[in-house]
Structures are given as C-alpha cells and as structure tokens.
Design a protein around this ligand. Structure first.
Ligand code: CUK
Ligand code: CUA
Length: 632
C-alpha cells in the first residue's frame, strides 16, 4: 500500500543503485571532464550513416511546412477538453472544447453549444479520460470520437468532419463514467462505458445510505448514432476500464473493488478482483423480451448482470486490475494488474464455452506474465508484441503474447523483449492504430503523469510528459518529450487517410440548424439580412460578417433587454474566422467561415457598448467593430 501511494514521488534506483537522475548526472559530468573526442574513422562514419538511415525510415522529424502522418486525439483530463495532435511531430494542432467552457470559441457560452450540452449546460467543468473513434469492421472510420466525463457522468461525441462536439448526454442511474470504448465489429453501433462509483440504484436519499450491499455499478451501452442509452447492465463490484472484441459478441470490463470497500484498506483487501464479460446478444435479447427494470423515473432498461446472471461471466484476476485492452489479432483481452505485477490474458475464443458453462471462468486465462510493478495499460504492435506501462517502475515493458502463453503452459521461454525507462510514471500508452486491425507497429505514446526534471521548472505545478517512442525496430527508442497540461489520460492515433475534415462549414449544418429556424420564424434570411427584431423585452440582432466588416455597425436596445446576437460569417475563404465580443459583458464567440453562431446576454449596462471581432481576420481587423447603444 505504501508503495502505491509513494510510488509517484520516489525516484527509481537504477541497476547501479543510484537514482536514475543522479546516474545520468554523473555520466554527463564524466563526459564533460574527461573525454577527448577521437577522430572519426571511415568505419565509424559508415556506422553513423547506417544508423541515420535506419532512423529516417521512421523519423520523428516533421519539417516546417510538412504534414504529419497521423492525427492523435488526446483527452484533456480535468481540463475537460480533447486535443488534436500531429504525430510524429507531437505538435498540438487544435483543441476541441467539450465539457469545459472555452473563451476563444465561446463553447459553453453560445446558444448552439448550450443546446448541445443540453441538461448539463450549467456545468462549467469536466474530466475527460478516454477518446475513441468510431469503427467499421475493426478499423477507424473517421466519423466520430467519443469521450467520457468522469466528473459529471457524461458522454460526448465529436463530429470529425468539423472537429466540434455535436452531442452530449448525462448517463442516468449511475455515477462517474470512467472506461469508455466503442463496439469494433461489425461497426460502432454502440459506445460502451462504465459507471465507476457504486451507489444505491435509486439514489434518492430515502433508502439506507450505509447499506453498502445495496450499492451497484452499471455498465452502459449507448447508441452511437442517436446518443441515447440503449440499456444498462447492473453488476457486482465496481467497474473501471472496458474494451470490445473483434467479433461483435463480447465486451469486457475490469473491476478494482469487488470488495465493495468504502475506504482504501477495504478496497485493496482481496488478492483477486475480476473482469466482467458481457454477452451482447443475450443482453439485446433480454431487452427485447422485456426482462429489465427501470429506475429513477427514466425509461432506460436496466438488466440484471449480477453474479449468476446469464448475461455476464465473472473471471477472477489478481489484484485491483485497471486497464482493459483487446489485442488487434482479436484473440485476447488483457487485464492490467495494477497492484499485481502481472497482466491477465483472456482467450476470447474460450468465452463461448464459458457462457455455455462448459468451462470455469479461470479456464479462459491463457497467460499471466509478470512484467513489473504497477501495470496499468497495454498497447499492441502488428508483430504479436504488447507494450505495458509500469506506473511504479516508470517503464514500458515490451513482451511477446504467444511466448507468455507458452510460459504459462510451463515452457521455459523469456517473454520479456525489453524494458524502456520513461519519464515518469506512465498511465495510458497507445500505439499507432493499435486498438484496431490496422495496428502498424510504428509509434508508441507513453502518457507520463510526472515530468519531474525533464523540463524547465514552472512552479509547483509541473506539466506531464507525453513521450513518443519508435517501435518500428526490434528495440523501442525514445525520440521525443512533449510537455502537456493537465491531464491527458488516454489517446488514440489514426492515420491521416481516415479523416477528411471540412474546410468551410456548410449552411445546412445541424449544429446551428435551430438558429437558422429561429431566423426563418423571424422572417430573416441569414445570408443577406442585417436586422433587429424586437419581441417584448427580447431583442434578436441578426448580422452578417465579411472581413473586415460586420453587416451592422450599430444597434439600439433598452437597458435590461435580453439581447441575442446572431452572426453569420459570409466569408468563403478558408481559415477566415471572425469573432464577436461584446465588451464588459463576458460575451465572446467564434464564427467560422460559412457558419452561424449566436449568444444571448442581458444589456445591463447603459450607454455606448462596443462590440468587436476577436479572431484576427484582416489588416483592418481592429476596425471590425460596432456599437450597441443602450438607452436607459
Ligand atoms: S484511466 Cu487515467 S491512467 Cu481514466 Cu484510463 Cu488509466
Ligand atoms: Cu473579423 Cu477579426
């Protein structure tokens, strides 16, 4: 226990018994003091050239003006956002506000974003963990990225054609959505996610709050297209991470608190917790047959998947497992031990027999390799190797899955291929396309929770460290350190050929369709008109923008009016985004080319109030402004 809580702070001793940092320091010092460079021989030149040539095959260098080969989608942790990275340059390309409020784009302030946030529009914070892209036949299809909000029990969807959040739901009957993945095969019909914190299923404060035996966690199955909860499955124990198979039959989730402990000591008491496997066909049939209950006044079907149910199977694994990862071969679920130095490899082709009660749950385990301290998450290449983060050891363990299976059968084989130091304390890792059939064994990202000495100090709060590792050769090679702001938990890497983002908005985009409808009802043609519509003390101001002008440079309202400003950006030039900011009102937003955005506020200050464009758009950008005249 003390190892777990202190692990984040201590420095790992190297082989020589010094901390890695002091070891590096001593080595560097020796180099500076003693070494005199020997002249390079022809053989040395040749060797260097060869090494360079090998490196160029999988080069992390992306020169100015060159484009990256991959998009990376990074969660932003408790910043609540999602970030788009270029891989291998590790350049941050864009931020997509999701559960947070964003000053630059007006996400959380505009009427369009509030509509998308729906019932949770009043929440200004979030904690995003697991971004995962929709798939067709086990391959990314470039359509959506889904992301969970642990803090407020939400799931959101990002539309990859515009890279904006377009749906958000609050999942009922449970608390803290954690692990999230997508159905891989035949396509992403469902998004699957875990309610982590166990609570009374009717949590209205009337039943006994102390009776822990009545607490439940729910596995959630969400329809990816309409973003409604299709059904939920009640389980024993809590739920942590999850993943799907490549057959469209099973989902699996880890449970770190089968004890139903309410404090640390209780939660880590058992030597074994479990993996719950969900049988999709049986769950869908049970919903169809009406074998469910509903709770808390909503109509989401809740199935009973507790022990003894035919919908689930519980596979005991050692101790407080965390990550759940499916191998791209489709053969194995890998549960990462966290408090056990092992990972548990579950053979997916044995699950039919398990559900037919022909074998025992532990008979599905085909390997349990010992990798090191604190295994959290595992990624895969296309050569049968797995890469597991060791949080306490600050390492990535590369191991061979088939060799681990042979070792489990009693053969004398070393399944460990390499251990690479990372800096420091890695949580998730991810390989290029590694959660799909297209796993290509080129890049590995290690999302390190602590950067310690790797960057210039910036005060008590330090960045994290996202490290890029070349895995194309026999040996893992660390090639880049990238500081990141709190807190990418997870990421995914998709080849750029899978994505075709739009360059301009199209006027029929559903994100602002309701605003277009409102204009129609007011008799306003958004692409032409600049008009003020008064409706009692509500005033709707419709204006266009073309760099460097708003279609309206002044409008009049009365003190106390509720003002809605609707801006339609008529620019057809790529990259010409305008803004609208009403000074002293906390109002600002982005209006992309050919988009419409709107924001509503109270005109609570009398007199002359300037508005201006806050996205740099033109040499006369400063002049792109106008006055709201507020009569007292
Ligand atoms: S979790 Cu953060 S390190 Cu939310 Cu996927 Cu494992
Ligand atoms: Cu329009 Cu700046």
């Amino acid at each position: 226990q003390s190892e777990v809580t202190n692990g984040a702070q201590h420095e790992e001793p190297s082989k020589e018994g010094m901390s890695r940092r002091s070891f590096l320091g001593a080595g560097a010092l020796a180099g500076a003091a003693g070494a005199v460079a020997a002249p390079m021989t022809a053989a040395m030149f040749a060797a260097t050239a060869k090494a360079q040539a090998a490196e160029i095959k999988n080069s992390p260098f992306v020169h100015p003006g060159d484009l990256d080969e991959y998009y990376g989608f990074w969660s932003g942790g408790h910043s609540g956002e999602v970030r788009i990275m270029g891989i291998p340059s590790m350049r941050e390309l864009m931020r997509i506000p999701v559960f947070n409020v964003d000053s630059a784009t007006g996400w959380g302030l505009t009427n369009e974003s509030k509509r998308i946030k729906g019932e949770s529009a009043h929440l200004l914070a979030g904690d995003s963990h697991h971004p995962h892209m929709s798939m067709t036949d086990g391959r990314y299809n470039g359509k959506y990225v889904f992301i969970n909000d642990k803090a407020n029990t939400r799931v959101a969807r990002i539309r990859c054609d515009v890279m904006k959040t377009d749906k958000m739901i609050t999942v009922p009957n449970c608390q803290a959505i954690h692990g999230l993945r997508v159905q891989k095969v035949p396509y992403t019909k469902y998004v699957i996610c875990n309610g982590e914190f166990e609570v009374p299923i009717v949590n209205d404060g009337k039943a006994s709050l102390e009776d822990v035996s009545q607490y439940r966690s729910l596995f959630n199955v969400i329809d990816a297209e309409n973003m409604e909860v299709a059904f939920q499955v009640m389980v024993d124990g809590n739920l942590d991470n999850t993943d799907a198979d490549y057959d469209g039959k099973y989902f699996a989730s880890t449970c770190y608190n089968s004890e139903m402990g309410m404090n640390l000591g209780e939660m880590i008491a058992s030597e074994r917790d479990h993996v719950v496997v969900f049988n999709l066909a049986r769950c869908e049939a049970a919903v169809k047959a009406g074998k469910f209950k509903t709770y808390n006044g909503n109509n989401v079907p809740v199935l009973d998947g507790t022990k003894g149910s035919d919908l689930t199977r519980y596979i005991p694994v050692p101790k407080s497992p965390h990550g759940m990862n499916t191998s791209p071969s489709g053969k194995y679920f890998v549960a990462n031990g966290k408090l056990s130095p092992t990972v548990s490899v579950i053979a997916i082709d044995k699950l039919d027999a398990l559900f037919a009660d022909k074998i025992k749950p532990r008979d599905t385990i085909v390997a349990e390799p010992e990798l090191g301290l604190g295994p959290l998450h595992t990624a895969f290449d296309n050569k049968g190797n797995a890469y597991t983060t060791l949080f306490l050891d600050s390492q990535i363990a590369k191991w061979n899955v088939e060799d681990a299976i042979r070792a489990y059968k009693g053969e004398k084989v070393n399944y460990i291929r390499q251990k690479l130091d990372v800096h420091y304390q890695p949580g998730h890792n991810h390989t290029s396309a590694g959660e799909t059939r297209d796993a290509d064994g080129k890049w590995l990202i290690s999302l390190c929770k602590f950067s310690k000495d790797r960057f210039l100090p910036v005060g008590p709060l330090r960045p994290e460290n996202d490290q890029l590792i070349d895995i194309s050769g026999d040996e893992m090679k660390l090639v880049h350190d990238g500081p990141t702001y709190a807190e990418p938990h997870d990421c995914m890497i998709v080849h750029r050929s899978k994505l075709k983002p739009k360059k301009l908005w199209t006027r029929d985009d559903p994100i602002f369709a309701e605003t277009v409808e409102m204009a129609k009802a007011d008799g306003v043609n958004l692409e032409v008109d600049n008009k003020v519509i008064r409706d009692g003390n509500k005033v709707r101001v419709y204006m266009t923008s073309i760099a460097p002008n708003y279609g309206m440079t002044e409008f009049k309202v009365k003190l106390g009016d509720e003002v809605t400003v609707v801006v339609t950006n008529l620019d057809q030039v790529e990259d010409v985004t305008h803004g609208f900011c009403m000074t002293n009102h906390g109002v600002q937003m982005e209006i992309g080319p050919q988009a419409t955005s709107s924001v509503t506020f109270i005109a609570d200050k009398p007199g002359v109030q300037w508005y201006y464009c806050n996205w740099f758009c033109h040499a006369l950008h400063m002049e792109m402004r106008g006055r709201m005249l507020v009569e007292a």
